[in-house]
Design a protein around this ligand. Structure first.
Ligand SMILES: Nc1ncnc2c1ncn2[C@@H]1O[C@H](COP(=O)(O)OP(=O)(O)OP(=O)(O)O)[C@@H](O)[C@H]1O
Ligand SMILES: [Mg+2]
Length: 332
């Protein structure tokens, strides 16, 4: 079982691969040429703002819709010409819970077992095993309509697992969950990979989720992947580090702004954001300027880049809309 974890991810076979995927709805170009290669037994996170095309990508890769052009293979099978083989190998947990509220948790799982042609006995065994693993045994005979959002999400994932898929698509698996339930879900997802060598393709808007879970992350924006890499690699691509100084009033802010040429000034919060790499030397340089000029700052905070900076920089949400890919201009 553990053989997958002993092989370096880059040399593993691709569980999911795609090249030149394009999809438009009317005039709207949703995907404008997407290339992917996701090795077996790894977690891949697709990040992107609302409407970026994350769900569309999942739908194409899981054969729910077809791309206008391009190719995609799941475990070596083409999603268009060999869709049945693909469907046999994948599990999909959609963005909106697919559980039937009028049934109990157990009934939902047994229904899935039927769909997967498990025998009655095997179906019951599988349902019981999943209810236990997801800590839903106590609630097994309750109508799902009475479940909390977190319980529904867990049941949704449990239903996906009934057929023992080797490749699982999770579209925003923790949206709307409280911090504890998110952690529980993360643990369940991680275990799937470490215990069973499953491959996970997840979409998320939570950068910490991608940071926590994913081996590799890609950021989707304006129909293209604007960055791809490990969380650390992505953090290194952008200069998100800065020292933030807050001043007592506009006069102090204005004086200081004159001395820190490259700083971004925010008059509303009376702050200056001085770009840097968040190192001690960086901090010292800022303090030296304050000392030598005698400018008083109210507070100082040091910020090292996190995935939020990556996201905001790459998707241009912090910048003018005419500046969709600042990565190129800000490359060091
Ligand atoms: N069936 C459809 N018909 C027309 N437009 C569609 C259809 N499905 C998606 N779109 C459009 O495609 C774009 C991408 O949608 P998609 O659902 O893939 O985004 P997303 O990244 O999953 O967003 P969210 O974070 O909100 O879930 C959106 O502009 C959406 O309106
Ligand atoms: Mg979506």
């Amino acid at each position: 079982m553990n053989t997958a974890t002993q092989v370096s991810p880059t040399t593993r076979a691709a569980a999911i691969s795609a090249s030149g995927l394009r999809k438009s709805y009317g005039d709207k170009v949703v995907l404008d040429g997407i290339d992917l290669r996701i090795p077996e037994g790894t977690i891949f996170a697709l990040l992107g703002p609302n409407g970026a095309g994350k769900t569309t990508t999942v739908e194409i890769l899981s054969t729910l819709i077809t791309a206008d052009s391009g190719q995609a293979r799941i475990a070596g099978h083409d999603v268009t010409s060999d869709a049945d083989s693909v469907r046999r190998r994948i599990g999909v947990t959609g963005q909106f819970a697919a559980v039937d509220g009028l049934l109990t948790a157990e009934e939902n799982l047994l229904l899935m077992a039927d769909l997967h042609h498990l025998s009655k006995r095997e179906g019951r065994r599988r349902a019981a095993e999943l209810l236990e693993r997801f800590e839903l045994t106590e609630a097994a005979r309750k109508n799902v309509a009475t479940f909390s959002g977190g319980m529904r999400r867990k049941l949704d994932l449990a239903m996906t697992l009934v057929g023992r898929p080797r490749i699982i698509f999770l579209d925003e698996p923790t949206t709307g969950l409280d911090p504890r339930s998110r952690r529980v879900m993360w643990e369940l997802i991680r275990n799937l990979v470490t215990d069973q060598g499953v491959t996970i393709f997840l979409t998320t808007q939570y950068l910490d989720e991608a940071d926590q879970l994913a081996d590799r992350i890609a950021v989707l924006d304006h129909g293209k992947l604007v960055a791809e890499g490990t969380a650390d690699e992505l953090k290194r691509t952008i200069p998100g580090g800065h020292v933030r100084l807050r001043f007592a009033d506009e006069a102090h802010l204005a004086t200081a702004a004159g001395f820190f040429g490259t700083a971004a000034r925010d008059d509303e919060s009376l702050t200056l954001r001085i770009p840097g790499d968040g190192t001690l030397a960086d901090l010292r340089a800022v303090l030296d300027v304050l000392d030598s000029t005698g400018i008083q700052a109210e507070s100082l905070t040091v910020h090292t880049p996190d995935l939020d900076d990556v996201f905001l920089t790459l998707t241009g949400r912090q910048n003018a809309p005419t500046h969709p890919n600042p990565q190129k201009e800000s490359a060091r």
